[in-house]
Design a protein around this ligand. Structure first.
Ligand SMILES: Cc1cc2nc3c(=O)[nH]c(=O)nc-3n(C[C@H](O)[C@H](O)[C@H](O)COP(=O)(O)O)c2cc1C
Length: 400
């Protein structure tokens, strides 16, 4: 039986931490209703605004590696291309038909008046939370998107404008296309936001077609920089979540985490770094809403096995173990240990250590066996990372 995964986010009770993130996966009533029926606790509806974009075809590209065809995903979509009236009706109907679920309205305006009016309109639909999208990197209007999120004055001004139109909790959605997310995050809170959502997509060019001499996706011979998401961006997202959670000026500000979450264990990593809410798009585009079953049962089992009764006990548990690089213990070396019974003699550890390490592995070409040259080994563990059959593990630890 699954554990109680309920958690409060921005003062709103959520039956579990899993929400659709604002995107194509939640862009009309039927899609959101299906996801909610299948067990998602909430939906962040596709960003809506007065501006109705015209979209390109095709609009996606994917990057794979070896057996993983879908490592990173590039999209060129802007905000909802449905009429505002229609979107508002869908939001209202969702709240009416799913009162115990959490409905988040994502909005984007072009000026202060629009932000206030959008906030007012979505509040009237009965939505529980408003998310301000300051972070879509492929908007065709300069007054909207990721470039707004890079400007703390605008972020603060638009949060204030949103606050004028609503009493609902406000989530400010950050762009990762900057060096220091703390600056716009603090500006958001000063402007009246209650919580931070991170990350939106990373500005990218995924691949260039070598014949057409144009990046993908190719639209009538041209392409453009646009947002990257999925598994490949998870390390970038986790870095930002950690920084938000560790910052003293953002203490007790709830965080909704997203970026590359596919499995329950990805989600736990975000929670351990301080996120109390989880949002997902790209994995749903690849596998469908049904991943919620794995997310719920995996998280439940993890809590059971590790003796956690309530989900909020996990939030931020790993933060104490993240320090700045100057505080790491640099007094020892851990040598690799080779397991001859598992080794297939491929020589990859030897090649990597010689060409990309410290020439600390000796290769016997007659019996294809490796051995360690201890005096050269610095304990970097490149060999452990490249071994395709897990025949190398951590061994003896010596103090320098
Ligand atoms: C096709 C597509 C459309 C998106 N549309 C929006 C949007 O309308 N509003 C928004 O805030 N984020 C949008 N996003 C960003 C996602 O909500 C999310 O922040 C990002 O993709 C990272 O999460 P993921 O790796 O789980 O996809 C979109 C992402 C994709 C892939």
């Amino acid at each position: 039986m699954n554990k109680d995964l309920s958690i409060e986010f921005c003062g709103v009770k959520c039956e579990n931490p899993f929400f659709l993130s604002s995107s194509v996966v939640g862009s009309n009533y039927d899609m959101c209703a299906k996801a909610l029926e299948m067990g998602w606790a909430g939906v962040v509806f596709k960003t809506i605004g007065f501006y109705i974009p015209s979209e390109v075809s095709p609009r996606f590209d994917v990057i794979g590696k070896e057996n993983t065809p879908f490592m990173g995903f590039k999209n060129m979509e802007q905000i909802s291309d449905h009429p505002l009236e229609q979107n508002l009706k869908w939001l209202k109907k969702l709240k009416e038909n799913y009162p115990s679920k959490v409905i988040v309205a994502s909005i984007m305006g072009e000026n202060e008046d629009e932000w206030t009016e959008l906030a007012r309109l979505v509040t009237r639909t009965g939505a529980d939370i408003i998310e301000c999208n300051f972070s879509c990197p492929q908007m065709t209007s300069e007054a909207m998107g990721a470039d707004v999120g890079q400007n703390p004055e605008l972020v603060k001004k638009y949060c204030q404008a949103t606050r004028r139109g609503t009493n609902l909790p406000i989530l400010s959605k950050m762009t990762p296309n900057l060096g220091d997310m703390i600056i716009p995050a603090i500006a958001s809170i000063e402007g009246g936001a209650d919580a931070i959502a991170a990350i939106n997509t990373v500005k990218s060019i995924t691949r260039v077609d070598l014949d057409a001499l144009t990046p993908f996706p190719i639209i009538n011979g041209k392409s453009a920089v646009s947002g990257y998401s999925g598994k490949a961006v998870k390390p970038i997202a986790l870095r930002f979540i950690n920084e938000l959670a560790q910052n003293k000026r953002l203490e007790n500000v709830p965080i909704s985490g997203m970026g590359g979450i596919e499995t329950w264990s990805d989600a736990v990593e975000f929670i351990l770094l301080g996120a109390s809410n989880i949002q997902i798009t790209t994995a749903i585009m690849q596998y469908g809403y049904r991943i919620i079953d794995d997310l719920i049962s995996g998280l439940s089992l993890y809590m059971e096995e590790n003796g956690f009764e309530k989900l909020d006990e996990l939030v931020g548990m790993a933060l104490k173990n993240i320090v700045t690089a100057d505080k790491l213990d640099r007094t020892y070396v851990i040598y690799p240990k080779f397991n001859k019974d598992i080794c297939v003699g491929c020589g990859r550890c030897y090649i990597s250590c010689y060409d990309g390490g410290h020439q600390a592995i000796k290769w016997n070409s007659e019996n294809r066996e490796v051995s360690l040259i201890k005096k050269n080994c610095v304990g970097c563990h490149l060999c452990i990372n490249v071994c395709p059959v897990n025949a190398i593990s951590s061994g003896e630890k010596i103090y320098k």
